[in-house]
Each structure stands twice: as structure tokens, then as C-alpha cells.
Design a protein around this ligand. Structure first.
Ligand code: R5P
Length: 303
């Protein structure tokens, strides 16, 4: 097996390669002055099973184009199979038509990935469990929840009066799974609404008791940080004693890092599904690696 990395999350790709007792295979990725990219496979890959690690986080378009080109280059160079490890699948929130006239952007991306020659996709904590159905190739949908459960067990919170909190109705399934992993830890759900035109968030109410409890918010991703900030505001108002946050994908757009650091949160746990540059890191942030889970799955599926 040969492991390649795009340029979006090399630290994760290196960890994966190291755990597989190998080194990243070289790729030439040139960027021209007009920002176009040129990709070239250096090693011989004829009849090889190849793995490409690329998170399609910001800049999503550019990271996707790079991934398409790497897959195309590998297939043209004779690779037997190409498994795309895309820990964060960009555009996943555009998986269906919300308003008349919209594109199904994720569908366009899926078709392009498949046409380029991806044989299998490994990804994490998709926004909707229906997304794998949009693919014609096998999708291995992994979750960081077991890593979060381990961390929550270590928290003082687990021994006290703790409650898991989903910041929106869409997260109920996730929170129920985690609650089961944690011997039926109680959970609460916030009724959040996002205006599809402006993206503005409003929070109505919370179902479940949080008064005097340690609240553990769990979400799939943090982008602007608005969802978490609003949830924290409500939990504080409702008398939660202290607040922890767990989210798989640290998208961290705009002012998110500052917003999170300044919010009354004890600690924020994310994964390395997306590389967080030093300037976006902050003292309350803890990054847990998903490299082991990816390696286990590569071995399990004999890639
Ligand atoms: C929404 O349904 C997702 O689960 C996240 O809560 C959301 O995408 C986070 O976005 P933001 O940080 O911009 O509020």
C-alpha cells in the first residue's frame, strides 16, 4: 500500500503513514502564479493500492481540485485502487435542495470524485447519515464519538451531575449514541433555527434539565462558532454549572477561535480531521487525533 498526501492536512497523513510503518510517497504539487495547480506522481504505482489523505476544508474548492488531480494522476499511472481518506468532507451541508433553484453541490463533488477514479472513501462524522447513499462507491463512515467518550470518562464531569447537550435537533442521533456509550448519561437538546438565506442562528428553548449540571455540548463541526456561542449563552442562562464542548471538525472560520476562547467554556475538544494552524489555536483547545481509527479501518478493509 502507498500513502499519499494532499496539502491540506499533511500532519495527519504523516501520522497515518507512520502508524502503518511506512513513509508518505512523494507527489509533486506545483502552484502556478495564476493559482492553477499541477500534480505529478513521482513513484511507480502500477498495480498498487493507493491511499490519498486530503481534508477538503478551507479553501475547499482548491483542496477538492487538488484531490481530483491526485486521484487522476494515480489512475493514469496505473494504480490498482485509490482510497480517498477525506476526514472532513467539504460541501457536506449542501447535500440536498433547501430552496428552489439551488444546486446540490455535494452531488456534483461526489460524481467528480467517482469519475476521477476513487474506489473507496473513508470519512468522519458526516452531517447527515444519508450522505453515503449519494455515493456509488463504498463509503466507510467513521466517528470520533468513541474518542470523545474516552475523554468524557476522564473528566471530573462524568463523576458528577453531567448532561450531554446537542446544540440542535439534527444532533439527537449523535447525542443518543454517545449517551449509550456513557452508561446512559442524560441528555438535553436545544431547539436551534438557522435562516437558510442569511445563515443567522436563533435559539428558542432547551428540552432537558441542565440546572446546576456540568453541560457537555457535542456537535459535528464548529464553523463560525455561532452555534456553540448561542448554546453556551442559553446554558448559562439556564443555570448550567460549567460547560465543555466536543466537536469533530474544527472548521474555525472567521472569528471562531476568538469567540470560543472568550466564551465561558472550560475546554473545547476537536479532532485533527482538519489541520488547525497555530494562529487559530487557543489555550482552551485540545486536539485529539483520529489517525489510529483511520489505520484500523484501512487494515480492517484490507486496503
Ligand atoms: C449544524 O447543523 C451543524 O451541526 C453545526 O452546528 C454547524 O454547522 C456549526 O456552524 P457554526 O459554527 O457556523 O454555527
Amino acid at each position: 500500500m502507498k500513502v499519499f498526501s494532499g496539502s491540506s492536512n499533511k500532519p495527519l497523513a504523516e501520522k497515518i503513514a507512520q502508524k502503518l510503518n511506512t513513509k508518505l510517497s512523494p507527489l509533486e504539487i506545483d502552484v502556478f502564479p495564476d493559482s492553477e495547480k499541477r500534480v505529478r506522481v513521482v513513484d511507480r504505482v502500477v498495480e498498487e493500492d493507493c491511499v490519498v489523505v486530503q481534508s477538503t476544508s478551507t479553501p475547499s474548492d482548491s483542496n477538492y481540485m487538488e484531490l481530483f488531480f491526485i486521484v487522476d494522476a494515480l489512475k493514469r499511472s496505473g494504480a490498482k485502487s485509490v482510497t480517498a481518506v477525506v476526514p472532513y468532507l467539504g460541501y457536506q451541508r449542501q447535500d440536498h435542495i433547501f430552496r428552489d433553484g439551488e444546486a446540490v453541490s455535494l452531488q456534483v463533488i461526489i460524481e467528480t470524485l467517482e469519475r476521477a477514479g476513487v474506489s473507496k472513501l473513508i470519512t468522519f462524522d458526516l452531517h447527515s447519515i444519508k450522505i453515503p447513499e449519494l455515493f456509488s462507491i463504498p463509503v466507510i463512515h467513521l466517528s470520533a464519538l468513541e474518542l470523545f467518550a474516552n475523554e468524557i470518562r476522564k473528566l471530573e464531569a462524568n463523576k458528577l451531575d453531567a448532561v450531554l447537550v446537542s446544540p440542535d435537533m439534527g444532533g439527537i442521533r449523535r447525542i443518543k449514541i454517545l449517551s449509550e456509550m456513557l452508561s446512559n448519561m442524560p441528555f438535553a437538546v436545544i431547539d436551534k433555527n438557522r435562516d437558510p438565506a442569511t445563515g443567522k442562528i436563533s435559539i428558542k428553548e432547551i428540552e432537558g434539565d441542565v440546572k446546576g449540571k456540568q453541560a457537555i455540548i457535542v456537535d459535528d463541526m464548529i464553523s463560525s462558532g455561532e452555534t456553540i456561542a448561542k448554546a453556551v449563552e442559553l446554558l448559562t442562562k439556564k443555570g448550567a454549572s460549567n460547560i465543555f464542548v466536543f466537536a469533530t471538525h474544527p472548521v474555525f472560520s472567521g472569528n471562531a477561535s476568538k469567540l470560543l476562547q472568550n466564551a465561558p467554556i472550560e475546554k473545547i475538544y476537536v479532532t485533527d480531521s482538519i489541520y488547525v494552524p497555530v494562529e487559530k489555536q487557543f489555550p482552551k483547545l485540545e486536539i485529539i487525533s483520529i489517525a489510529n481509527l483511520i489505520c484500523k479501518s484501512l487494515k480492517l478493509y484490507k486496503i
